[in-house]
Ligand binder design. Structure first.
Ligand SMILES: [Zn+2]
Length: 464
């Protein structure tokens, strides 16, 4: 298959922008790009006229909990710890059908927001409820999005001083066995891989030190990446200081959990020394501004992290802590948060685009194949229509994308294959993907009530 995209404003992230250019795709890779006055003949190629469009690398989402699509709108005014305590009980009722439907809606929505690669962090595996990881992988395959699910876990329930109730935690040995099985069954390390597995114990307050240590050993034995939540809230910092005697980043350092094969979600409450440690070890961070705002967690020091050479990617986080989980909007949220706190020069539109693309690819260890538009890279790209009635008045197309409303998505390619065209999903029925999420929501809440969970309306902080 050969594609020639013509007449686009190209923002390749690496290298200079091209005001009116072309991109040639052969198979699943970009083979060349350049300005229209030196366009190739490209005989036999399918031509895509991208007049009026901005071409960017596909966006890379580096933190999510897809299953949470089924539990949106709950615990609306809660802190992270209050929100978790309320929702653990709902999630305990999840089954594979809920996970699959939620993943289809969540991944479909991400694709519609320009995302071509998404990670997922799934850490709730109730017993006897089917193969939840297989269900979300099936949804990603059907949609055709590049997928990096992380096999999450929790082993430190309330009886062991952790936050989650014992009913949603697993035993250490079964976690390690199931995680190894997931890597063996699914992980594809090839450069064009559509599916890679990471190892992801949930957080310092829900996981034992032993699980953290053993998980790191397992991941390094298998050659896969490590992911966890870190430094999300001041409650977490206090919990770590009180129970572990050190700050979250120092704790992870002690456990061997800093390194170029690790990326952490949030990294909101970092000291100067913490930032220096992340930068020196090559540990990446997934910045999730909407979720941090929704839960009142704080504002990550993104511009400072970038200045000091720490890698930052973006994440939408789970839909239960951010009911709007499109990735394009997170560029705007990231930019506005940094500027509100540190002034208008804190983050530029192009820096926001870079963390959403190349920064994300680095978090997932895919920077050699993803994150920029360059010859040799995978043909994962978005064509944003910036000549429409509500975007055409913005002078600079990259500014229109980051500062303005999400422009209509003319085309989304993953490995040269069209996932979205003219704002509609093309690999799966567009409306059915959304309905799968609504069905998952109803099924989950019904199952939670049957198990004795107080109806959502009765949660103290879900008042209308
Ligand atoms: Zn999270």
């Amino acid at each position: 298959m050969r594609l020639l995209i013509e007449n686009a404003h190209i923002a390749p992230v690496a290298g200079p922008e091209i005001e009116r250019g072309w991109i040639l795709v052969d198979g699943d890779r970009i083979t060349a790009l350049g300005p229209m006055d030196r366009a190739p003949d490209a005989a036999g190629a399918t031509r895509i006229d991208a007049t009026g469009c901005l071409a960017t690398p596909g966006l890379v989402n580096t933190h999510h909990h897809l299953y949470q699509w089924a539990s949106q709108g709950l615990a609306q005014n809660a802190t992270l710890f209050e929100w978790l305590v309320a929702l653990y009980q709902v999630w305990a009722a999840m089954d594979a059908e809920v996970a699959g439907g939620a993943a289809m809606a969540g991944l479909g929505y991400l694709a519609l927001s320009g995302c071509t690669t998404s990670s997922d962090h799934h850490y709730v595996f109730p017993k006897g409820r089917g193969d939840l990881l297989a269900a979300e992988i099936e949804a990603a395959r059907a949609l055709g999005i590049r997928f990096h699910p992380a096999r999450g876990s929790m082993d430190r329930g309330q009886s062991a001083g952790g936050l989650p109730p014992d009913v949603v935690v697993e035993e250490l040995d079964e976690i390690l066995a199931a995680t190894a099985d997931a890597v063996d069954a699914y992980h594809d390390p090839s450069p064009s891989s559509m599916l890679r597995i990471a190892v992801a114990p949930c957080s310092p307050f829900s996981v034992s030190g032993e699980l953290m240590t053993e998980a790191a050993r397992l991941a390094r034995d298998k050659g896969v990446r490590l992911h966890t939540h870190l430094a999300e809230t001041l409650d977490e910092e206090e919990h770590c200081l009180a129970q572990l005697g050190m700050r979250p980043v120092d704790y992870m350092d002690k456990l061997g959990w800093l390194g170029p094969d690790v990326w952490v979600a949030h990294a909101v409450h970092l000291s100067d020394a913490d930032i220096a440690k992340l930068a020196a070890t090559g540990t990446g961070a997934a910045h999730c501004p909407s979720s941090n705002g929704r839960l009142g967690a704080g504002i990550a020091r993104v511009s400072e992290m970038l200045r000091r050479g720490a890698n930052v990617g973006l994440g939408v986080d789970g839909s239960a802590s951010s009911e709007l989980t499109g990735l394009a909007g997170e560029m705007r949220q990231a930019l506005l948060f940094q500027r509100a706190r540190y002034g208008p020069a804190a983050l530029t539109a192009r820096q926001a685009l870079e963390i959403a693309t190349l920064g994300g690819a680095r978090n997932l260890g895919r920077q050699d194949d993803l994150g920029t538009l360059e010859p040799g890279k995978l043909a994962d790209l978005a064509l944003w229509r910036v000549d429409g009635p509500f975007t055409a008045a913005v002078t600079d197309p990259v500014c229109a994308l980051v500062f303005g409303p999400q422009p209509p998505l003319a085309r989304l390619l993953v490995g040269g294959r069209t996932l979205v065209e003219d704002g509609e999903l093309r690999t799966v029925p567009h409306d059915a993907a959304g309905r799968a999420g609504a069905d998952a929501h109803r099924r989950l809440l019904r199952a939670a009530r049957e198990r004795g969970f107080a109806a959502s309306r009765e949660l103290p902080d879900t008042r209308m």
